[in-house]
Design a protein around this ligand. Structure first.
Ligand SMILES: Nc1nc2c(ncn2[C@@H]2O[C@H](COP(=O)(O)OP(=O)(O)OP(=O)(O)O)[C@@H](O)[C@H]2O)c(=O)[nH]1
Ligand SMILES: [Mg+2]
Length: 300
């Protein structure tokens, strides 16, 4: 099939530390809250695509798990997702730099990005939290000494400040190519994936430090076209028996709260009424178990 050689399309991959604001930025590009955002690091576990279209172009923005030191198998897979996206998929990398995190924490990631062949834009995020602007100049100058960036942007992803300028620059680095996805498509995954992600997002928001990391959400049933009777049944997998009562809470209070907020999030996204049912199941050590990780879609 012939294509209009003026058409531009490509992959713009976001890379950064956990909590840097990659998913926040992706959602701004998407125009909807597609990728879970929480105050906790390591919220994103799998690459998430947001397809942005305009006259004569299609940009595929890729959200990735935050760069981390991998300790268990799931984290290794998360790191591999980032590596694959920056090494194999990217036409452009957006290095989302958390202006509130120390430079020393960024060094291993800087080392990785230095070896890339594709163009890189430096995106200094959370500028609203840095009162002394000289501090931003210092960050910028230090980083420029490490990586040959094509350009530098200062943004506040949360409020969308500087995002349209960044998107325009991103477009200028997209190569001539036919679109990768059919017109009008927002992302590459099915609704079930996002339903599970939104439930997990609410778990990250509602529960304390450790338990959210031990959860995996599996959508077991998802009905459509039943009108008021539409329902979703999801299983929350935890790793240990002791985590089950934490998710459920006293008299079921915690899970009731979770059910309510997750249901609202899903209804808001799908723009249809759904009743959500949640169940908790112990799947011992699933984060380190290849069979479980395959079953949960983290491995092919
Ligand atoms: N003040 C401020 N907060 C921000 C900004 N961008 C993101 N945040 C907050 O930073 C936290 C982390 O944002 P995420 O978008 O989840 O970060 P991430 O890089 O996707 O993190 P991981 O998925 O863990 O790798 C959230 O609480 C966001 O609301 C910003 O520009 N300013
Ligand atoms: Mg994220």
């Amino acid at each position: 099939m012939e294509f209009n050689t003026d058409f531009k399309s490509g992959f713009a991959v976001m890379a950064g530390l956990a909590n840097a604001g990659k998913s926040t930025l992706l959602n701004k590009f998407a125009g909807v809250d597609l990728s879970p955002v929480t105050h906790k690091p390591q919220t994103t576990r799998q690459n998430i695509l947001a397809i942005s279209e305009g006259e004569g172009h299609q940009i595929v923005f890729v959200d990735t798990p935050g760069f981390l030191h991998a300790e268990y198998k799931l984290q290794q897979i998360m790191l591999n997702s980032l590596d694959q996206a920056i090494n194999e998929d990217a036409d452009l990398v957006l290095f989302v730099y958390d202006a509130t995190a120390p430079l020393s924490k960024h060094l291993p990631l800087i080392k990785k990005l230095k070896n890339l062949y594709c163009p890189i834009l430096l995106v200094i995020n959370k500028i609203d939290l840095v009162k002394d602007k000289a501090e931003l100049d210092k960050i910028e100058n230090t980083l420029k000494g490490e990586i040959d960036f094509k350009d530098v942007f200062r943004v506040n992803a949360k409020e969308g400040v500087g995002v349209s300028e960044l998107e325009a620059a991103t477009l200028s680095y997209m190569p001539p190519s036919p679109p990768y996805f059919p017109q009008g498509q927002l992302t590459d995954r099915w609704e079930r994936f996002y339903i599970a992600e939104f439930i997990r997002e609410q778990i990250f928001l509602l529960y304390g430090q450790e338990v959210p990391y031990a959860t995996f959400v599996e959508v077991e049933k998802f009905t459509e076209d039943l009108g008021d009777k539409n329902f979703i049944r999801a299983i929350i997998h935890v790793e240990r028996q002791s985590q089950k009562p934490i998710i459920i809470g006293k008299g079921g209070a915690a899970i009731a709260k979770l059910r309510k907020s997750a249901q609202a999030r899903i209804v808001d996204f799908l723009q249809q009424k759904y009743r959500l049912e949640l169940q908790v199941m112990v799947t011992p050590n699933w984060r380190g178990n290849t069979k479980n990780l395959r079953q949960f879609g983290f491995l092919d």
